[in-house]
Design a protein around this ligand. Structure first.
Ligand code: ASP
Length: 618
């Protein structure tokens, strides 16, 4: 086949932008053949570019163009010269933005041919993700992917514009650096000029952004790539992008207002109007009401029924004294038969195993005179929460699923040193059941409005987490997070680590953590003390963070910041279910790039130059 040259031909516009009032215009369009339909005398080519699809008609009367259209196949790259005309009555396609018009071709240029692709970019859903990733360039041609990346670009730009207007400077920090403690493994880069030495790729720009505050930049941000070598889950990628920022002389409220501002700008770019300020709650409140530090507020909260179960009732019902009793409602779970209810309850009992928790069958209590008042008190309290949640006057009725969890006699107050384990277990059950009945209550369904997005700030996280494996206290956030001043003053850093609260906060959306941050330690003595309290000797701290401890001694302003996952925000706005839908060239769950085929073994020469020897080969 002879291909045509582009020469000096220029486009007059984009395929997806043509409308009825363009009728009569002469146009030059360029793009890919999305579909080709041969009706004998007429050949229809659906021409696709980034903006959408336009139907091109090639009549056999324009002989040369028709001959070329005859050879064109899907994914050929073509240029069309012609004019726009309205489609005949009844031939409009209301499902296409350009469905009222078509382009009548005078001339067709075949700019490039294409092999038959392994899947058609014209299709909506392609089942095999591995094939999509291997032929990512074809996958990215799909309308949905083009939409996702246009959205991503708009969202990032809206965030940049907002932050710049708020006085933030965008400053880049290095990729080749040393370890930054964010709790994952580092990716290492061997140095050729320093045999046996390695750079680490940053898990975050944390230390650099703090140093930028020491340097007087006042407000920094960066849409920054971070690298973390950890076991991948569906919603993780080894390299990902954070909206990273740091502020000098901040209060938590200043950080919250900046984040609420840029999220509002980002959501506006996606056509959704948010109404900040977002809900704020402490970590303890989140655990008490939702049993988790990332509360999903699209559902009613848990209700504490502890005081309703008096000592006498507990004795009669064989419930452990003094431990919490928690209930919750899954609204509109639908009428369930009594057999189905019993089997659900026994399934839940089974899932509790031998941890000591049990289900109180409130329906059954109602049939027993001695316990009927208890059952109605429970109904009242759960109805109250349901009304708060839904904002109407509804009471708990049979359409709602009521779950009450009680501790059996002998249930331990703490599990794995965790005195909040009961709240957390019930919180997990609340989410499991909400998922199970999602088709019924429909609370997770997207309506395309602000209602779909329940944001919350969770504050006052614990400073330390007990690590049972190493039997040490680890930093729950990272070791640069400031403890509450009161806890420092009260000496709890040494006397009662489990009770120390951090000036750390998370921003949560619909039960997912979007980002976390903290007010930092700005005093060298406090930073050294925190390293010590994490079991790091002074010499180890100097070895790893000496440069930073030293920097802290040269006039460090109080500062604080946060980082939010950009990929996740775009994923949510795109209504996608995986980060891979919004990262152009993502890795698989096994951290492989299927398109370029990475990682790969280095050549012998590279190894020699890097002074490396590979001992294990897979
Ligand atoms: N560097 C932290 C992180 O990546 C965020 C922060 O504290 O600003 O989670």
């Amino acid at each position: 086949m002879t291909l045509d040259f582009l020469g000096s031909l220029q486009r007059t516009g984009m395929c997806g932008e043509l409308r009825a009032d363009d009728a009569g215009r002469n146009v030059v369009l360029m793009g890919w053949v999305n579909r080709r339909r041969d009706h004998g005398g007429l050949i229809f080519l659906d021409l696709r570019d980034r903006t959408g699809i336009a139907q091109v008609v090639v009549d056999e009367k324009v002989g040369a163009a028709h001959d070329k259209a005859d050879t064109a196949r899907p994914e050929y790259v073509v240029a069309v010269k012609g004019h726009v005309r309205r489609r005949g009555a009844g031939l409009e396609n209301p499902n296409m933005p350009t469905g009222e018009i078509e382009v009548v071709a005078d001339e067709l240029l075949l700019l490039n041919e294409a092999k038959t692709p392994p899947f058609s970019p014209a299709e909506d859903a392609i089942g095999n993700e591995e094939v999509r990733l291997k032929y990512r360039y074809l996958d990215l041609r799909r309308v949905e992917m083009q939409h996702n990346f246009a959205l991503r670009s708009r969202v990032a730009m809206a965030i940049r514009n907002y932050l710049v207007a708020e006085g933030f400077l965008e400053i880049e920090t290095p990729f080749m650096t040393r370890s930054t403690p964010e709790g994952a493994r580092d990716y290492l880069v061997p140095s050729r000029v320093h045999p046996g030495h390695f750079y680490a790729l940053p898990q975050s720009p944390q230390i650099f952004k703090q140093i930028l505050m020491i340097s007087g930049f006042d407000r920094y941000f960066q849409i920054a790539r971070c690298f973390r070598d950890e076991d991948l889950r569906a919603d993780r990628q080894p390299e990902f992008t954070q909206i990273d920022l740091e502020i000098s002389f901040p209060t938590q409220e200043i950080v919250f207002a900046v984040v609420e501002g840029f999220l509002t700008a980002a959501f506006t770019a996606a056509g959704i109007a948010l109404k900040p300020p977002f809900v704020r709650m402490t970590y303890d409140e989140a655990i008490k009401n939702y049993g988790i530090d990332k509360p999903d507020m699209r559902l009613p909260a848990m209700v504490t029924l502890t005081d309703v179960l008096t000592p006498e009732l507990r004795t009669a019902l064989k419930i452990e004294q003094a431990l919490p009793v928690l209930g919750f409602v899954i609204p509109d779970a639908g009428e369930i038969s009594s057999t189905a209810r019993k089997s659900l309850l026994s399934e839940i009992r089974g899932s509790f195993g031998d941890c000591g928790l049990d289900i109180l069958d409130v329906q059954r209590l109602k049939t027993n005179e001695a316990f009927a008042p208890l059952a109605s008190r429970i109904d009242d309290l759960l109805s109250e929460e349901l009304r708060r949640f839904s904002g109407d006057t509804e009471a708990v009725d049979t359409g709602h699923l009521i779950i009450v969890v009680t501790p059996k006699l002998g249930t331990p107050a703490s599990w794995n040193y965790d005195p909040q384990w009961i709240w957390k277990r019930v919180g997990a059950l609340r989410l499991e059941l909400a998922k199970k009945f999602a088709d019924k209550h429909k609370l997770f369904e997207q309506t395309g409005t602000e209602r779909d997005y329940k944001f919350a700030w969770v504050t006052d996280f614990p400073m330390y987490e007990w690590n049972e494996e190493t039997r040490t206290w680890d930093a729950a956030h990272h070791p640069f997070t400031s403890p509450h001043e009161d806890d420092i003053k009260a000496g709890r850093l040494t006397s009662d680590k489990g009770a120390v609260r951090a000036l750390a906060y998370d921003i949560v959306l619909n039960g997912t953590e979007l980002g976390s941050g903290s007010i930092r330690i700005h005093r060298q003595d406090v930073q050294a003390e925190i390293f010590r309290s994490l079991g790091m000797s002074d010499s180890e701290a100097r070895e790893r963070f000496g440069f930073f401890l030293e920097a802290l001694e040269y006039g460090t302003p109080p500062h604080g910041g946060i980082a939010l996952g950009l990929d996740r925000i775009v994923m949510i706005l795109a209504g996608a279910t995986s980060l891979r839908e919004v990262i152009a060239f993502p890795k698989t769950a096994k951290a492989i790039d299927l398109m370029v085929d990475a990682p790969t073994p280095p050549t012998e020469q590279q190894l020699r130059e890097l002074h490396l020897r590979v001992t294990a080969k897979s």
